[in-house]
Design a protein around this ligand. Structure first.
Ligand SMILES: [Zn+2]
Length: 466
């Protein structure tokens, strides 16, 4: 009922050409409007406060609803009116003793400038504090706004008229010098980076050094702030002296080799302490794309981004002997060790140590079950001295090695011209001595391998661990 009465009174006032609303309601709308532009983040709470008050005052539900709607409607009306001022924005005019220092977009700009000026002043206790400031709501074109840095400088000038506000530039925390304003320094640095980026369009550029800016006051006798041109000259000199370095970051793709692993397979076909490779390992290949940072063309940092497998590595498979050495073998040879497989890549037994065609074939014939063994390497089965490297009517090209302690090995039917050793040569176990061929009395490519103990050709298998 009170609200209805208020409207009635307002209607009468309108007739008489007076204000529609006066008193408490009018004041609350005005406060809300000012708050909306000076510190918007406080607006919702203030609105809540007025609505709460309205509900206490107007207990009837209808009246309470009106108390909520009226301030909201008034705020909407105010916003609608503001939209009609094209190009004009609400702003805060910052003043000191009746003198305007600037017109800022929001309270935040004003607060930040005040904080920055305070920080600069705070480092020198001898300087006076900032004079009292006040601010008021204004409507001005956006182009008339004062930015944070300018306002900071004006505040400092106001506080210490004899000093020159400037912007200190720091490289990795070290004072480089002062410039008239921060934007000058920033544009010089940006220019250097743009130049570097044009030289390498796929790269992202930056400085190796950390750059920082700080507002400061140059007191009389402390020198002058550099102009943009003077600062550019300084930066060019620092760049030439490599005290200011541009770093260039770009992606780089390369193919890298991936080492193969080794798998050991226990085998009782081999004596303990011996091993043989059954599958050769093969390195893989990966394509790696990395983010690489360069300074003066030299990579200083690399971070892997992407890895794509081009070729998978193949593990080397090694048979490791698990058969215990029997005493009779050691006695028979008097030889501390045993023999290694004498052919690389040929593992098939074409003929065993056996009776063949009415006589003893006192050797192993080693060939290949897949493809041909022709040309594969023949290696010394143990360390020793070459006693024969020559040609024989049925052995063809052959090598005989003496291992001492009454033991010799013989390698026959080798490829013509493939002998790599001469009589008297000392060879290590596994040293290449020839290649598999089919010279002499042979029906196909194979290695005829004999083990001779005290002049007798014996079954080579136990000595090979098979
Ligand atoms: Zn043979």
């Amino acid at each position: 009922m009170r609200v209805a009465a208020a409207f009635r009174r307002a209607a009468e006032r309108r007739k008489n050409g007076e204000r529609y609303f006066t008193g408490r309601f009018y004041r609350s709308v005005k406060t809300l409007a000012v708050t909306l532009f000076t510190s918007p983040r406080h607006f919702p709470r203030l609105l809540g406060y007025y609505v709460g008050q309205g509900r206490v005052r107007y207990r009837q539900p209808a009246a309470a609803a009106a108390a909520v709607l009226l301030p909201a409607a008034a705020a909407a009306l105010l916003l609608g009116t503001l939209r009609q001022y094209r190009g004009v924005r609400p702003a805060l005019e910052v003043m000191s003793a009746g003198q305007t220092l600037g017109v800022v977009r929001s309270e935040e700009v004003y607060r930040n400038a005040l904080a920055r000026a305070g920080e600069t002043l705070g480092e020198n206790a001898a300087l006076p504090a900032l004079p009292d400031l006040s601010y008021a709501l204004r409507f001005v074109p956006e182009t008339a706004f004062t930015d944070e840095e300018t306002l900071t400088r004006r505040l400092l000038r106001l506080a210490v008229p004899e000093a020159t506000p400037a912007c200190g530039v720091y490289l990795d925390g070290e004072y480089l010098g002062a410039v008239e304003n921060e934007d000058d320094a920033k544009s010089v640095f940006a220019g250097i980076l743009t130049e570097a980026a044009e030289a390498d369009r796929d790269a992202v550029t930056g400085f190796l050094q950390q750059i920082a800016y700080k507002q400061l006051l140059l007191m009389p006798g402390e020198g002058q702030a550099m102009s943009r041109a003077a600062f550019k000259t300084l930066c060019d000199r620092l760049t030439a002296e490599k005290k200011l370095n541009v770093k260039v970051t770009r992606t780089a793709t390369e193919t890298v080799s991936v080492p193969y692993g080794q798998v050991e397979i226990s085998s009782d076909a081999l004596y303990i302490g011996t091993s043989r490779v059954v599958v050769n390992g093969r390195s893989g290949e990966d394509q790696v794309t990395s983010l690489v940072t360069y300074v003066d063309g030299e990579a200083i940092e690399s971070r892997e981004l992407l890895r794509y497998q081009l070729k998978a590595p193949v593990d080397e498979q090694v048979q490791v002997g698990s058969r215990a050495l029997d005493a009779s073998f050691v006695q028979a040879t008097g030889y501390g060790g045993i023999l290694i497989w004498p052919a690389i890549g040929a593992t098939h037994l074409n003929s065993d140590y056996e009776w063949r065609w009415g006589k003893l074939h006192a050797a192993l014939d080693i060939g290949s079950s897949v493809g041909t063994s022709l040309g594969k390497l023949v290696v010394a089965a143990a360390e020793g001295t070459v006693v024969i490297a020559g040609v024989h009517s049925s052995y063809g090209y052959y090598v005989k090695i003496d291992h001492g302690n009454g033991m010799q090995t013989l390698y026959a039917h080798c490829l013509a011209g493939s002998l790599m050793v001469s009589p008297g040569d000392h060879v290590d176990a596994g040293a290449p001595i020839a290649r598999i061929g089919m010279t002499g009395y042979a029906t196909g490519p194979h290695l005829h391998f004999e083990v001779i103990i005290n002049g007798n050709r014996v079954d080579p298998k136990p000595y090979l661990g098979i």
